[in-house]
Design a binder for this molecule. Structure first.
Ligand code: SF4
Ligand code: SF4
Length: 315
């Protein structure tokens, strides 16, 4: 179903089929769409990742990606979905960073490989002052753009904490944004939106909440972050404590297989050590979430994946 903005706003205000606005999208999205706020300039760059975070964003339902692009953000650079490419795209990206210095969001998907001077991840090519061919590494890109951004947002667990690229056997020196910022002495604002991938609402809601603050700081305080740089709005509640199966857990009634309903603790569920609102936000337009058909693998946590392995426990 495709909704006009007016229909969308009406739907959000009223709530649908028992779903509250907080389950459909962050109220900031509604604010931005209803008040037609100036759109936030966004540069989205990709390092060591699988592009799953981009795919998750494209799957946004409330609002749809079309509405996000037309009404919420001004996406000036995105390696996967932009029409432009090569030199022209890079020039535009640098031009936007300079024109909106201190006033754009840098979204980073994927970890930053730092071994071999970053040569495991070449994100562009250019020519130096003498006309010599030069490759641009992810390291160089973040080093140049992050200090100019209003805020850098670590999209997904790979950029937020290192994630899968930084797991055991990390030969590329895959590094999280936090560690890279420390290493490079970059001190602009850093916010993390982890997940493998993150829920579309977490990405859009965080951006809009931050942008609403920029536009109207009195009415919209900055979202509160936890110790790992995550907005409490989306990552402030424990999965296990809010799980519909927690009573079964307390009574030691465990599901013997994934296909049986019930607490999945004995199948490897990491809900007790994981903080995110999946239990109420749910995924795939509210159809289901991990614990219904499998287990929570703790994909939003800083110790994912090594500290959450093995994901599944077999009998
Ligand atoms: S399924 Fe997981 S999150 Fe739910 S009660 Fe059991 S251990 Fe906790
Ligand atoms: S339920 Fe757990 S594994 Fe699934 S998306 Fe949420 S935090 Fe990640």
């Amino acid at each position: 179903m495709s909704l006009s903005r007016r229909e969308f706003v009406k739907l959000c205000s009223a709530g649908v089929a028992g779903l509250s606005i907080s389950r459909m999208c962050h109220p900031g999205v509604l604010h931005a769409m209803t008040e037609g706020a100036k759109k936030a300039p966004v540069l989205w760059v990709q390092g060591q990742g699988c592009t799953g975070c981009s795919v998750s964003l494209l799957n946004s339902v409330h609002p749809r990606i079309k509405e996000i692009l037309l009404d919420v953000i001004s996406l000036e650079f995105h390696p996967t979905v932009m029409g432009s490419e090569g030199h022209m795209a890079l020039e535009h990206m640098y031009a936007v960073a300079n024109k909106f210095k201190g006033n754009f969001f840098l979204l980073v998907e994927g970890a930053i490989p730092t071994a071999k001077e970053g040569r495991y991840c070449i994100v562009g090519e250019t020519t130096d002052a003498k006309g010599n061919h030069k490759e641009i590494t992810m390291m160089e890109l973040v080093r140049e753009l992050a200090p100019k951004a209003l805020a850098t947002v670590g999209i997904g667990t790979c950029s937020a904490y290192g994630g899968i690229p930084a797991a055991q056997g990390n030969v590329t020196g895959a590094t999280s944004l936090k560690d890279f910022f420390e290493q490079e002495k970059i001190n602009t604002l850093l916010v993390n939106v982890p997940g493998c991938p993150p829920h579309p609402d977490w990405m859009v809601g965080t951006l809009v909440a931050a942008w609403s603050h920029v536009l109207n700081p009195k009415e919209h305080p900055l979202p509160e972050l936890d110790d790992y740089g995550r907005p409490m709005l989306f990552y402030g509640e424990n999965i296990h404590e809010n799980c519909p199966y927690v009573e079964l857990y307390d009574n030691a009634q465990f599901a013997p297989t994934f296909t049986k309903p019930g607490c999945k603790a004995e199948l490897g569920c990491k809900g007790p050590s994981t903080y995110a609102d999946c239990f109420k936000r749910r995924w795939n337009n509210g159809i289901n979430w991990c614990v219904e058909n499998a287990v929570c693998i703790g994909c939003v946590e800083p110790d994912f994946p090594d500290g959450k392995s093995p994901f599944y426990v077999a009998e």
